[in-house]
Design a protein around this ligand. Structure first.
Ligand SMILES: *[C@@H]1O[C@H](CO)[C@@H](O)[C@H](O)[C@H]1NC(C)=O
Length: 669
């Protein structure tokens, strides 16, 4: 039986090659005693407050944003080269004036000479204090390792590190105090005699009112933690700040290879297991139900239809139309056999969605598998983003191919429009939204805004690699799907050799005149059925989704790809099972518009994902500015839209395979 299972086959193919695929990791750097260990700075990012665990902004600001008045290195900060994935995920790494010498303890150093340009005037004071109120974090990298805050998990009593440390704190009167002194505790490991490696960085920031820099360049760091704190004056009087820091080197047994482990802490693994088992039970029940209902009902149906059919044939020895009349006494899905493969409305749009959905499906699947195999660890900065872009680009071929095959199977004939729309419509929507949101960030002076040159690079990758690959895929797809007489004979043999498959032809003929569809029961109408079907895939993923959102918006490192992989699998099975069930009920009620219905019903889980994002906003986020809200809404909408395409595609292909199967097992004249 021919069923459209090529996305699955390609996934299987790719996973089998994954073990041979090697992404070079970062090589360790060794330092000798007293040599300089680089400290680079990344933008300041908002995090959830410890007071009320609310996130107040989603906009990040460059460390050298003029209003921060932080010390600059001599000759200005230099950019540290980064990968595309790293830039897209918000990294903007720059050099800093901090001087760290391997193994040399220093209790008090000043970062730079106080200059008039580093004084806070009213505007910059207001800006910086506002950032303290919104819980902004410093993000510094020491030998590529983020300086973090040590914590203890209250549940498991294990130590872990959160990236970043606060720019300031609110005192008891909610007055923002600036952390103008930082103590770095750096853990090193002696790899060989006299060769040291950085294996851990903790930062302890403090607000100290009496830091001073003496004329000879040495500094006084004042009293360690205590009151009164250092405040930036907001009422017009200029504030001068002396930035100081201390460095403490501590020997550690941690090996370089495991230095990231402390950042990849899984909070409450029990909840993950609980949710996973929970969704697994849903899935087992669901599949059991689908299997039980379908197997029994279908077996009976098929046996009955085939019996009836032979009676009819004997009695009437009639042609197709009359045989159909003979069965009309009976109800059920066989009645619509002459319409079930009728071209759906908007075949072009559906096939474009399905092509892109297949592309997304293979991309997400491969990304998760690569991550699971440990290729995309956060120590490989930006590798996750890079892998996603690379895979999405390459799988443009799959997108074009799927879209063309589906469109041809629908009997569509504006193939030029199909070829053009497949790589342009959805990536175009995504890019346009992304560009629009970027404009907001840009207007805010946020470092999160993707630089114009990066935008051009993305456009170039899209047009130079992805679009041609998609065209190639479409071309191959159409060549396969067309029958001999329409095809350019000279090219046919080589192409047939290229991929061994045949056009997907329906097992039953389509009648000339469309059948009337009887009114359906309430729960089979589009909206109720979408609400009913969509909630199950969402139910399977929502706990993991909560963790992903927490990690995304609260700047934690998400590294639970084992859980994610299982959840993704469960989601696929759920989407497939519920949409097959819906299609069966639809066909039984003599409604043959299953194509869009299966797509939208499975895709409706995206509606729940978006609703969940809104709920999350109410519960966890309290944005002070309209821009933050708009950005949050924009990103949530974009991700929900992609999720709609992804789940809809899974639902459609499962239903297609199902419909092909059942209609090929009955005899029709
Ligand atoms: C540096 O400071 C750390 C932490 O206080 C201490 O454990 C270590 O022994 C010091 N190293 C030297 C060389 O003094």
């Amino acid at each position: 039986m021919l069923s459209p299972k090529y996305p699955l086959t390609s996934l299987a193919l790719l996973t089998s090659t994954a073990s041979a695929f090697y992404l070079p990791g970062v090589a360790p750097t060794t330092y000798e005693h007293g040599s300089i260990v680089p400290l680079n700075v990344n933008p300041l990012t908002p995090v959830g407050s410890e007071r009320d665990s609310q996130l107040r902004s989603v906009i990040s600001y460059d460390y050298y944003h003029p209003a921060f008045r932080f010390c600059r290195p001599e000759g200005g900060p230099k950019e540290v080269s980064e990968s595309l994935g790293s830039i897209l995920f918000g990294d903007r790494i720059l050099t800093s004036p901090f001087e760290l010498k391997m193994g040399v303890n220093e209790s008090c150093k000043s970062v730079c000479e106080p200059k008039p340009k580093y004084k806070y005037d009213k505007a910059s004071a207001l800006f910086t204090n506002q950032r303290i109120r919104q819980n902004y974090n410093f993000n510094m990298l020491i030998d590529g390792l983020p300086a973090g805050t040590p914590y203890e998990d209250p549940l498991t009593k294990t130590d872990f590190t959160m990236r970043g440390f606060p720019l300031g704190e609110l005192d008891d009167e909610m007055k923002p105090a600036l952390n103008n002194h930082i103590d770095f505790v750096i853990y090193y490991h002696e790899a060989a005699k006299g060769k040291f490696r950085v294996v851990g960085v903790a930062a302890v920031p403090e607000s100290r009112p009496d830091t001073k820099r003496k004329p000879d360049g040495t500094a006084e760091c004042g009293v360690p933690r205590g009151k009164p704190n250092f405040y930036i004056n907001e009422d017009g009087e200029q504030t001068e700040v002396t930035w100081t820091y201390g460095v403490y080197w501590v020997a550690s047994n941690t090996a370089w290879a495991t230095r990231w482990d402390t950042y990849l802490h899984v909070f409450d693994p029990k909840i993950h297991w609980f949710s996973l088992i929970n969704s697994a039970i849903i899935v087992v029940f669901l599949c059991g139900m689908v299997a039980a209902i379908l197997m029994r009902a279908l077996k009976k149906d098929i046996a009955r239809y085939n019996r009836l059919d032979s009676f009819n044939l004997d009695d009437l020895s009639g042609s197709g139309g009359e045989a159909e009349d003979g069965v009309q006494e009976d109800s059920g899905w066989k009645l619509v056999h002459g319409d079930v493969f009728r071209t759906p409305k908007n075949p072009l749009l559906l096939s474009v969605f399905l092509g892109n959905g297949a592309q997304l499906f293979v991309m997400t699947g491969c990304t998760i598998i690569f991550a699971l195999l440990g290729f995309l660890s956060p120590s490989n900065r930006g590798s996750l983003g890079g892998a996603m872009i690379l895979l999405y680009t390459i799988f443009g071929f799959i997108g074009g191919y799927t879209s063309a095959r589906v469109y041809k199977s629908f009997g569509g004939d504006s193939w030029k429009r199909n070829i053009a729309m497949t790589p342009l419509l959805i990536p175009g929507i995504v890019f346009a939204t992304f560009f629009l949101l970027n404009l907001f960030l840009w207007a805010k002076g946020s470092s999160g805004a993707v630089p114009f040159t990066t935008m051009l690079v993305i456009l170039a990758i899209w047009f130079v690699i992805s679009v041609p690959l998609s065209f190639a895929g479409s071309w191959v797809g159409f060549r396969h799907a067309v029958s001999g007489d329409e095809c350019d004979q000279s090219l046919k043999p080589t192409l047939t050799e290229l991929i061994v498959s045949q056009p997907i032809s329906p097992p039953v003929r389509v009648n000339q005149i469309p059948r009337q569809i009887p009114p359906s029961t309430t729960y089979l109408r589009p909206i109720p059925s979408m609400l009913l079907v969509g909630i199950l895939p969402f139910g399977a993923i929502f706990v993991e989704l909560f963790f992903i959102m927490n990690n995304m918006w609260f700047g934690k490192v998400y590294y639970m790809f084992g859980f994610l992989f299982l959840t993704y699998t469960i989601m696929i099975i759920t989407c497939a099972a519920v949409s097959v069930l819906l299609v069966y009920f639809l066909l039984c009620s003599e409604n043959y518009h299953w194509q869009w219905r299966s797509f939208t019903a499975a895709g409706a889980s995206a509606g729940y994902v978006f609703a969940n994002a809104l709920l999350y906003w109410i519960r966890q986020l309290s944005f002070g500015s309209l821009t933050s809200g708009l950005l949050y809404l924009g990103y949530s909408l974009l991700l929900s839209f992609l999720f709609f395409i992804l789940t809809g595609t899974i639902g459609f292909f499962a239903s297609w395979a199902f419909v092909q199967r059942i209609y090929s097992s009955i005899k029709i004249d």
